[in-house]
Design a protein around this ligand. Structure first.
Ligand code: SF4
Length: 354
């Protein structure tokens, strides 16, 4: 495979083989001055994912740029691993990588997209010049988070247990496949000398994570108000009440959300108790884990971008559509804010007054 493709799809097994064949080892990447550019690019890759929620597309004009792009992926994974088990970082980084792959795959030949999907373990067969079919089990595995009608299995064209798709929808499925692969793989084991070598980059990433957490944690949400809930959280609660299956990310999101706005664990348990499939012990175990009582980590609910890609951004309204809306907690605090009252104009002095 051409090195350009390896730089664009660095998760392919050929990419690590290519590095081996060129005599590039981890020690050199971490310590050698020759790879300083790649280390910078790796740090930028993580920071772009964390701050902007996306990794920018690059144009490669020569072999050096191709190699820097490929190694930036390796370095980014090391930096993320050095930070450790941080949910915000892992979610944002894996999503940004997956979205980059999706955008790139949309513009490749259909054969290339199929080969890449096969390497990731999806059973894909080409049907004609524009369409493929995927085995329904792979379809379900990679679309179960997407709850819009267009992704429901019932609404798909199927033939002998296979779902028929065009390239754009295949690329979207691949986004989920790549993201869950990255989430499974990271964090990688790293030793102290690696952590030391990347200390400045790790510090930069940690500061940014803390900034993001502080944005929500320091906020006082006042008295818990169900009237201010964003549409996604309202819908998740409604699904629970109706006994519908709530996706994992939805259960996690509503629990972390209610905890962050100040509800007690008993209060959250009471909210869930109206669900027909309520099991008190299991619910209590999950609530205590997510709220940090048993795990020591207080999780924040996912951002809007993650809620969207996981298919649990339900019924977004006009407030959701504001450019600055990026988090269900932002929705909640904005909804609670009183609009500034327009100052009444000072009464003009009457021309007739004395
Ligand atoms: S845009 Fe955000 S706040 Fe609004 S429904 Fe979607 S996830 Fe919830």
């Amino acid at each position: 495979m051409e090195p350009r493709y390896l730089a664009m799809y660095p998760f392919l097994p050929e990419a690590s083989q290519y590095l081996k064949d060129n005599g590039i080892n981890l020690g050199d990447i971490i310590n050698s001055g020759a790879y300083a550019q790649a280390r910078d690019a790796g740090r930028r890759r993580v920071m772009e994912a964390l701050v902007d929620g996306q990794i920018s597309e690059k144009v490669f004009t020569n072999d050096l740029e191709i190699m820097v792009e490929l190694l930036s992926y390796v370095v980014a994974r090391i930096i993320v691993s050095c930070v450790g088990q941080d949910q915000i970082l892992l979610e944002r980084y894996s999503l940004a990588e997956a979205q980059l792959v999706q955008a790139r795959l949309e513009n490749e030949s259909l054969d290339f997209a199929i080969d890449t999907a096969n390497i990731l373990g999806l059973d894909i067969v080409r049907l004609n010049t524009t369409e493929i079919s995927v085995h329904f089990s792979d379809y379900l595995k990679n679309s179960s988070q997407m709850r819009s009608q267009e992704w429901k299995l019932l609404n798909q064209v199927m033939d002998e247990g296979r779902v028929e798709l065009g390239q754009k929808r295949l690329a979207r499925l691949m986004q989920n496949a790549v993201k869950s692969n990255i989430m499974k793989e990271l964090p990688l084991p790293v030793n102290d000398s690696i952590i030391e070598a990347f200390a400045p980059a790790i510090e930069l990433v940690k500061v940014e994570i803390e900034k993001r957490k502080a944005q929500f944690e320091k906020e006082s949400y006042g008295k818990v108000s169900f009237l201010r809930l964003p549409p996604c959280m309202k819908e998740i609660l409604d699904m629970g009440k109706k006994g519908q299956n709530i996706p994992h990310v939805g259960r996690f999101g509503i629990t972390a959300f209610l905890h962050t706005i100040g509800m007690t664990n008993e209060g959250i348990l009471a909210v869930f108790s109206s669900s027909p499939d309520f099991k008190a012990d299991l619910a209590r175990y999950q609530i205590d884990h997510i709220t940090g009582k048993s795990s020591g980590i207080e999780y924040l609910p996912p951002e809007c971008a993650t809620m969207k890609t996981q298919g649990v951004c339900y019924n977004p309204d006009s407030l959701c559509n504001k450019k600055w809306m990026n988090h269900p907690l932002t929705y909640y605090s904005s909804k609670g804010k009183k609009k500034p009252q327009k100052k009444k104009p000072e009464p003009k002095e009457s021309e007739n007054s004395a």
